[in-house]
Design a protein around this ligand. Structure first.
Ligand code: ADP
Ligand code: MG
Length: 322
């Protein structure tokens, strides 16, 4: 049987890369990180709870990936460069097979982004994974939610809606052919945080947010903080590959209100369209221009012909009453 300290040493301790921002990692009372001189720390925490954010018995490797990916997505949405992260883990038992796979999923995404696990806490309890990420951004270049301006374009990265489609299929509320289910599940279980795009948009985007609870709800946060409104073109939405073959009403509903997309929604001045496209090309991800920011408050949706569409924003809320 693994002790708490064996477990930390075996699965969560690696030698720190020389020359990086980590002066001291796992093993002391605190980790020591040095952000680049003159930059501001960006810090974000996200928790994944069994039965709430993932099904009991979920694949541990994907869980490790997703737990870090959703946190990196917040850094991306701020235009921050990831420095490192901590992991607070409650586990029902020290299951070596589970820990091996979980740490593989977690640390391979960390390696992709060149960052290290610098500390954490480990306890027995119902499965709960809480990660805090640390990033750095030149203070004035952070992509804040209050940075939108009237007349800005509204953009979204990648494609929307496949993760929600996968969730409904897993809940048996919808059936998908096996290959489509597999592709949609990849979007749900292994999101790609748009870190490179967030960095490339520094100095170009006004406001940004990552789409975790649905495009309309998350864009609503930008509008609220910026005290502005927006008009979106429903026919300009980038549908996920699997969602694209669904009926039109499902496509719109899932792209607008799906959730778990982990794409970036951001605003930029129309004069910056070429810069936005160049940033997207450099980051290797497509972007779509889906509307514009208005002085008039509220969020309106129209079709390509400019006809108004009725669509509620039903952003996910853990404490909402049905
Ligand atoms: P403390 O008594 O200060 O809380 P712990 O005994 O909990 O320290 O942890 C020992 C070391 O292992 C610390 O450096 C801590 O950051 C690290 N650590 C504990 N759990 C984890 C984990 N799940 N992942 C990474 N590091 C961890
Ligand atoms: Mg501790």
């Amino acid at each position: 049987m693994l002790s708490e300290f064996d477990l930390i040493a075996r699965y969560f301790t690696r030698t720190a890369r020389a020359g990086g921002p980590v002066l001291l990692g796992v093993g002391d009372d605190c980790a020591l990180l040095s952000p680049p001189p003159g930059e501001t720390l960006a810090i974000s925490t996200d928790m994944l709870v069994e039965g709430r954010h993932f099904f009991a018995g979920a694949d541990p490797e994907s869980l490790g990936h997703k737990a870090l990916a959703v946190n990196l997505s917040d850094l991306a949405a701020m235009g921050a460069r990831p420095l490192g992260f901590t992991l607070a883990l409650a586990l029902p038992s020290a299951d070596a097979n589970w820990l091996e796979k979980f740490s593989r999923g977690l640390l391979s995404l960390a390696d992709e982004h060149g960052i290290e696990l610098v500390g954490g806490d480990t306890t027995r309890g119902p499965l709960n994974i809480c990660i805090t990420v640390f990033g750095a951004v030149p203070g004035r270049q952070a992509l804040r939610r209050d940075g939108a301006n009237a007349g800005d374009d509204v953009w979204v990265s990648g494609t929307l809606g496949d993760a929600r489609l996968a969730l409904e299929a897993l809940l048996q509320q919808r059936t998908l052919p096996a290959d489509a289910l597999q592709a949609a599940c990849a979007r749900l279980h292994r999101p790609s945080p748009r870190v490179a795009l967030g960095l490339a948009l520094r100095g170009i985007a006004g406001a940004a947010i990552d789409i975790s609870d649905g495009l309309l709800g998350d864009l609503g946060h930008i509008l609220e903080r910026s005290a502005l409104g927006a008009v979106l073109d429903a026919d300009a939405l980038p549908y996920g590959d699997v969602l694209a073959s669904q009926p039109p009403s499902v496509k719109r509903e899932f792209a607008f209100n799906g959730g778990d997309d982990y794409e970036l929604c951001f605003t930029a001045r129309p004069a910056s369209r070429n810069d936005v496209q160049a940033a997207a090309t450099a980051a290797g991800v497509a972007v779509s221009r889906i509307g514009c920011i208005t002085q008039e408050p509220g969020l309106r949706v129209v079709d390509a012909g400019g006809n108004p569409l009725a669509l509620d924003s039903r952003s996910f809320d853990h404490f909402a009453t049905p």
